[in-house]
Design a protein. Structure first.
Length: 642
């Protein structure tokens, strides 16, 4: 596969985004036999191998980009996310383990600590100090505000006493906790003077240099998992463990030697959300790595489908490549189109994150919008990975089930991405809640009743007024030299309008449903009754954001051939998304039955049109053929059926 290289290069450059030089460098440096996984290792051997691999990665300088110059870094958070994302092309265990060390543990110290923690940052960067990120508890995963672990200040010794008061307060599923971590960034309820000050983060040593648990610390191994064998997930319990006062990561809250608590953010709820908001990079990275895993799977499956032949064409008695069959095109090419869309969306998200985390964007509303967008794209990307990799596996038949062809490993390793760094259902609900409250500062700290009441009074069409989608639609209309035919789904402005209409309708009707129910029941019942509706509104919002990012990304492609091909891929993304939701569009009278039939016909025409360009599109995904490591792509005998 390798036709129209120049067009593929232009497309790949566009998909690579603002940090394309880092991606190109990573493709060269990471294509190293030592960095790929070995599926024949048991999990103990796999963990040891990944730790050795991390030491190789540490020498490449990608991790330093995520830290300030004062702490030994190069202050390029966008470059850090992009560079480490590329590890997903080699081994997702290596990506997760690196993400725990430099993204989660390191990110907590860097973003929640102060200058007194600079030495910790320098040590973790070089892997002199291995750490873990201990937030999730057995009884509280998504509900971080109600974690049970406590850190009680003892003014007599100027120490915090970290304690797990219940069985459900055990830290659970913590990457690095089973074997390698020597220190944990522990999220716990800070208590001083008998008063709880909410969740804060503390540095708690958990092992000595020989790997033995320290006094009061009990660790255990989660054992075998569904994937990621190289990641040592474990559990931690604390029994009155004492740590110095200085081990509190004190950027947003501190305790003096006499036990006096101070914070630059007086409102406890706002302080909590600010604390979590600084850790948004982890969620962004998870989505990016999931999408990268899907790109690997698509590159394998599409290359295989282009060479694998099955059954003879009666007209010429030659065997037909799998990708010439309409059914096979419809199985894989819409996922390819979504991969393009999500690449543009990820580039935009990382750019926004970089602006916020480098201080170029200081508006608090931008931080909140970043958190919402990061949550929504994490949902879209991880679900995309789960569905796409499964389809790729099935489309390769028995060969796809062989470990040597990587697809089952990718499937196993990405499966947990839908539930870690935020469960997808909870994150979709978070997106919808932000949508319903229209980013209003005055309602962010309302209780359930106040939130429901506000949502119910939301102005009509607020989605478009607050998001800029109205301006995008108008710009697309202005760009056309013809009037917009409301029945012509090939018009980009009509497509964006259709996505925005669905989001707007779902958001408004969810608000009205909350209002009507709240009059009869309590706020929890009102919300619970409308939860399915609210989640669908969140999903519609995510779809619209992704389409907008695709449209904006295409506008920046200068090469006309590459831009024209990207436009066709965008059409396929739109048509496949509409087809998935066409029952809703018909039921709510946004689309006639005849128009729905035209969507199906249009989708068939689009996959047919893109079939000759499949090689170019796979090249554009940017996964080097040498990094695919699928034995079936090297096998010349791919003709017989199974």
């Amino acid at each position: 596969m390798g036709t129209e290289t120049s067009t593929a290069d232009h497309l790949r450059a566009a998909l690579d985004g603002p940090w394309r030089e880092i991606r190109e460098r990573a493709r060269r440096e990471l294509d190293d036999e030592r960095l790929f996984g070995d599926p024949f290792l048991d999990y103990k051997q796999a963990r040891a191998r990944v730790l050795d691999q991390m030491r190789l990665v540490a020498e490449m300088g990608y991790a330093e980009k995520g830290f300030s110059v004062a702490h030994g870094g190069t202050a390029d958070p966008g470059g850090a996310v992009t560079g480490l994302e590329m590890l997903a092309y080699t081994d997702l265990s290596l990506w997760v383990k690196s993400g725990v060390q430099w993204g989660l543990f390191g990110g907590a110290v860097e973003n929640l600590g102060t200058d007194r923690h600079a030495d910790v940052v320098k040590r973790l960067l070089s892997l002199d100090l291995l750490g873990c990120f201990a937030m999730t508890e057995s009884g509280h995963g998504s509900d971080v505000a109600n974690l049970e672990t406590t850190a009680t200040f003892d003014p007599a010794t100027a120490e915090f006493v970290v304690h797990s008061p219940t069985d459900s307060s055990r830290k659970d599923y913590i990457g690095g906790a089973a074997e390698h971590a020597r220190m944990a960034a522990v999220f716990a309820q800070l208590i001083t003077g008998g008063e709880s000050r909410g969740v804060h983060c503390f540095l708690v040593p958990i092992r000595d240099e020989e790997g033995n648990d320290l006094p009061g610390v009990s660790t255990s191994d989660c054992g075998l998992k569904g994937g990621l064998p190289g990641v040592d997930n474990g559990r931690i319990r604390f029994d009155q463990v004492r740590i110095p006062r200085e081990n509190l990561l004190n950027r947003y809250g501190d305790v003096d030697a006499d036990g006096t608590y101070t914070s630059s953010i007086e409102n406890p709820s706002r302080r909590f959300f600010t604390t979590l908001g600084t850790l948004v990079r982890g969620r962004i990275s998870v989505g990016g790595a999931a999408a990268a895993g899907a790109r690997v799977a698509l590159s394998i499956a599409l290359r295989y489908a282009d060479k694998r032949r099955q059954f003879s064409d009666p007209d010429n008695d030659t065997e037909v490549p799998l990708l010439d069959y309409r059914a096979h095109q419809r199985r894989l090419l819409p996922h390819l189109a979504r991969a393009f869309a999500l690449s543009f969306a990820q580039n935009d998200l990382v750019r926004r994150m970089d602006l916020v985390q480098t201080g170029q964007e200081t508006d608090p509303a931008a931080q909140r919008a970043l958190e919402k967008r990061a949550a929504g794209l994490k949902v879209a990307q991880t679900r995309h990975a789960t569905r796409t990799i499964q389809e790729c596996r099935e489309s390769c038949g028995g060969a796809g089930y062989l470990t040597e062809n990587r697809l089952v490993t990718l499937k196993a390793d990405t499966d947990v991405f839908t539930t870690f760094e935020g469960d997808n259902v909870v994150l979709t609900q978070l997106v919808a809640k932000e949508l319903l409250t229209a980013y209003a500062d005055e309602v962010r700290d309302l209780d359930a009743l106040g939130w429901v009441q506000f949502a119910a009074t939301m102005a009509r069409d607020v989605v478009r007024e607050t998001s800029g989608v109205r301006q995008l639609i108008q710009r697309l209309r202005d760009r056309s030299d013809q009037g917009v035919d409301e029945g012509n789904l090939s018009r980009r402005s009509v497509q964006v309008q259709l996505f925005a209409d669905r989001e707007d309708y779902l958001t408004r009707t969810a608000a009205h449903r909350l209002q009507a129910r709240a009059k009869e029941t309590g706020p929890f019942e009102a919300f619970n009754n409308a939860q399915d509706h609210i989640l669908t509104a969140g999903e519609a919002h995510i779809d619209r954001l992704v389409l907008e990012a695709f449209v904006e990304g295409i506008a920046e492609i200068e090469d006309p051939d590459a831009r024209e091909l990207a436009e066709t891929v965008c059409d396929l993304f739109v048509y496949s998304a509409i087809e998935q939701n066409q029952a809703w569009y018909i039921m709510h009278r946004f689309m006639s039955v005849e128009r729905a039939k035209s969507v199906r016909r249009g989708l068939n025409e689009l996959v047919d049109r893109l079939r000759p360009q499949a090689a170019t599109l796979v090249e554009a995904l940017g996964v080097p053929e040498t990094m695919l490591r699928a034995a079936m792509l090297d096998d010349a005998s791919v003709h017989q059926g199974d």
